[in-house]
Design a protein around this ligand. Structure first.
Ligand code: CDP
Ligand code: MG
Length: 731
């Protein structure tokens, strides 16, 4: 084999076999006749797989003999491959033999739980089967929810392709701030959040004949709330079919929740996966990933690699390191295609991960959690799992929300490993010890509803007329204190009155698909006569991709460009400044390029802004400009975000007013060197420390003006007695 110079640095692995119990329950040996049962109340069917299907699969399955390198590669030539039509591919999916049984079961039962391994074809095929079976007759739609935007977009594109229609016509998708559907759309993919909001305009989902709550095992907040909402609807809409589809073993729990709905199990074909653990914990898992990829590439038979990282930043770092080191190895190694995938990646880039790997090359996909179950990438033989993911979490005691990197659960670790065994026997390299797996990882991931802020969800539920949230039909109820806190916050924002009923302001706030604080800020812009500016700021804050572009070889220029946008008053005003200048350049791409800004992010901000402007018309607020009055703008922001106030304390640190938590302004903020006495922050991020991100300077007396019911003057008195140079002045 080729000598890789990083060898000595390579993590030391020890091999462990795929756990015994998983072998017995989940592994279906290739060629064996798979038997599976539909479990119904008292009734059982035997379903038998067609051997011919297996044969077609064998032809399509590159890498089914990973020990012999060359037979690993696709057996079909390019031209032959084209002949294997999409239809044939559809027929080769594990779900295909169950098509008729599935349709029958759906016809017979109003609610059906569908369980099947990732990649068996649930998401892409079931809506098509239903369509073919006539479920869209009479102008009704088939809806299918996805927890992730990327999945909704990429899956609908795939289905449109399989059906030979243009995306947005018969098959479409709808995600927050983006609706790609039309009058003709009969199969509609959407995020769970989007469906949640659709209830506001169509509480009985009258336009749908079937609703599929897909990837139910992900247990996102919106999916969990949808469970309660759709369960309620099935009672008064007997004609609505409800499918709950899940990749893992929660099926029984879903069945129990949905009044003992039958479970339809699609047998997966999972090949054995050898698990390797590191002997000692890895200090730098990014580096360990890079080295492991190169190791695999240099020593293992062909087959693609999937690496699980926690977010865009890590993915980009890893990508750069890999590119650099594989370039150094030059022709000593085969071609290595490095493909990132994360939710903010533009869709054309995302599509690249599905393109077949060229002969004699290897693909390495650097992905977030999204590749755990939402997206299936074919031909993955090797998985590298550092054991972390990014998770929203909310501390109801301190009211702090944060996005933090946490260890994954055992269930996640096994899902990740399973990605390696979909087309052939695979290998999973865990960058943690067997001991850590056993003793440190939780069994299951805590459902989002039990760990995040419920402000937005509670507002939407209230707007749906669901007043008694404590007794709402939750699959797993949120902690009472989180619920109470959300109610308190909505009350403080003025969205609820003291009876807990939605106010006129609350009703208007619910129109906006954003956090209640942002909704309040937007609505407050009416009073402060700065709706034009606030909309821009809201849109810029909503773009969760990076605004600035900072290539490694041009950091000095990039930083200088960033500094040139600094605006007195703080980051929100800087974002406004950037957008305004971009608009003045006639939304020029070139201008973005010259100023080290991500054109794509700005473009998205523009789309979001347009959407928000439409909603402003709905709530009858005119767009007016503050014409340079930044006090009004900052007061409107304060009216929404008065929960997020911090005050300067010792040594350049801040303390949050409400919970006295010690925090710092993020070094990337334009306020990092200013250190104003009072600030409002948009987000609190935990990385190495607790950092305030997107910060503006305010005056404490504004808090009494915008939230007199919430702030008492004595809290805002300055007890430090230290005169800071930049206390007022800008107002
Ligand atoms: O939902 P489930 O995990 O059961 O499977 P699926 O998402 O319907 O995927 C079925 C097949 O479609 C897989 O082999 C995927 O590789 C393929 N697919 C694709 O090629 N492109 C997509 N955007 C989505 C799925
Ligand atoms: Mg799926």
């Amino acid at each position: 084999y080729v000598e890789v110079d990083e060898r000595e640095k390579a993590p030391h692995y020890e091999q462990r076999k795929w756990e015994e119990e998983q072998m017995s329950s989940a592994v279906f040996r290739f060629g064996a006749r798979d038997k599976e049962k539909i479990h119904e109340k008292g009734q059982e069917y035997d379903l038998v797989l067609d051997d011919e299907i297996e044969f077609i699969q064998a032809l399509r399955m590159p890498g089914s003999k990973p020990d012999q390198e060359d037979e690993n590669e696709p057996k079909l030539t390019e031209s032959e491959k084209k002949k294997v039509s999409l239809q044939e591919t559809r027929r080769s999916l594990p779900i295909f033999p169950f098509r008729d049984d599935l349709i029958q079961a759906i016809e017979k039962h109003q609610v059906l739980i569908i369980e099947g391994e990732t990649g068996s074809g649930k998401t892409t095929q079931i809506p098509q089967y239903l369509y073919e079976a006539g479920f869209t007759r009479g102008g009704k739609k088939i809806g299918c929810t996805q927890p992730r935007r990327v999945a909704a977009m990429s899956v609908s594109a795939r289905v449109a392709q399989e059906m030979g229609v243009k995306l947005g016509n018969e098959v479409g998708y709808s995600i927050r701030f983006e609706d790609c559907t039309s009058e003709r759309t009969v199969i509609k993919y959407m995020t769970d959040g989007t469906l949640h909001r659709e209830f506001l305009s169509e509480p009985d989902l009258q336009s749908y004949s079937v609703m599929i709550i897909d990837e139910a095992h992900e247990r996102t907040l919106h999916t969990d709330i949808l469970f309660g909402l759709v369960k309620d609807i099935t009672r008064f809409r007997p004609d609505l079919k409800l499918l709950i589809s899940s990749a893992t073993l929660d099926a029984q729990k879903f069945s129990d929740f949905f009044d003992e709905a039958p479970i339809f199990r699609i047998p997966g074909r999972r090949y054995p996966v050898d698990i390797y653990y590191t002997k000692a914990p890895e200090a730098d898992y990014i580096d360990a990933c890079v080295v492991s990829v190169l190791q695999i590439h240099a020593t293992q038979p062909l087959g693609d690699i999937l690496v699980f990282l926690t977010g865009q930043e890590e993915i980009e770092t890893c990508q750069e390191l890999l590119q650099e080191r594989s370039r150094r190895l030059g022709s000593k190694i085969r071609e290595l295609l490095i493909l990132p995938v994360y939710s903010n990646l533009p869709s054309d880039m995302q599509a690249r991960i599905f393109h077949p790997t060229p002969r004699n090359a290897r693909k390495v996909v650097l992905a977030t959690n999204i590749a755990e179950t939402s997206l299936t990438i074919d031909n993955i033989i090797y998985v590298i799992d550092p054991g972390f993911c990014k998770q929203n979490s909310f501390n109801s005691r301190t009211g702090m929300e944060s996005l933090i990197v946490v260890p994954i659960s055992k269930a996640s670790a096994n899902q990740r490993a399973g990605r390696a065994g979909r087309v052939a026997a695979g290998k999973c390299f865990r960058l943690y010890t067997a001991w850590a797996y056993k003793h440190e990882l939780e069994d299951n991931t805590v459902p989002e509803i039990q760990r995040i802020n419920l402000g937005n969800a509670v507002l939407t539920l209230k707007a749906l007329g669901i007043d008694d949230l404590v007794h709402f039909d939750f699959l797993d109820p949120p902690p009472l204190e989180t619920l109470v806190l959300a109610l308190e916050q909505l009350y403080a924002l003025g969205a609820l009155n003291h009876h807990g009923e939605l106010t006129k302001l609350g009703r208007r706030m619910a129109e906006f698909p954003v956090d209640p604080m942002m909704a309040k800020m937007i609505l407050a812009s009416e009073k402060y006569k700065c709706s034009e500016e606030i909309l821009t700021i809201a849109a810029m804050l909503s773009v969760n991709g990076a605004i600035f572009y900072r290539p490694k070889d041009k950091t000095v220029h990039a930083d200088a460009a960033r500094h040139s946008f600094f605006t007195p008053g703080g980051d929100h005003l800087m974002l406004l400044n950037i957008y305004t200048q971009w608009a003045d350049s006639d939304f020029s791409t070139q201008w973005c390029y010259e100023n080290f800004l991500q054109h794509r992010s700005l473009k998205r901000a523009r789309d979001v802004r347009d959407q928000l402007a439409g909603l402003m018309a709905r709530v009858e607020i005119d767009l007016v400009s503050a014409a340079g009055d930044t006090v009004g703008i900052r007061k409107a922001i304060t009216a929404g975000y008065f929960y997020h106030v911090a005050r300067l304390s010792k040594g350049g640190q801040y303390k949050t007013v409400k919970h006295q938590q010690t925090v710092m302004i993020h070094p990337n903020s334009s306020m990092f060197e200013d250190l104003p006495r009072w600030v409002i922050y948009h987000e609190l991020k935990f990385t190495t420390k607790e950092f305030l991100c997107q910060v503006i300077e305010i005056e404490s007396k504004w808090l009494l003006e915008v939230a007199p019911h919430y702030y008492k003057p004595h809290v805002l008195e300055d007890s430090t007695n230290k005169k800071m140079p930049k206390m007022t002045g800008k107002s």
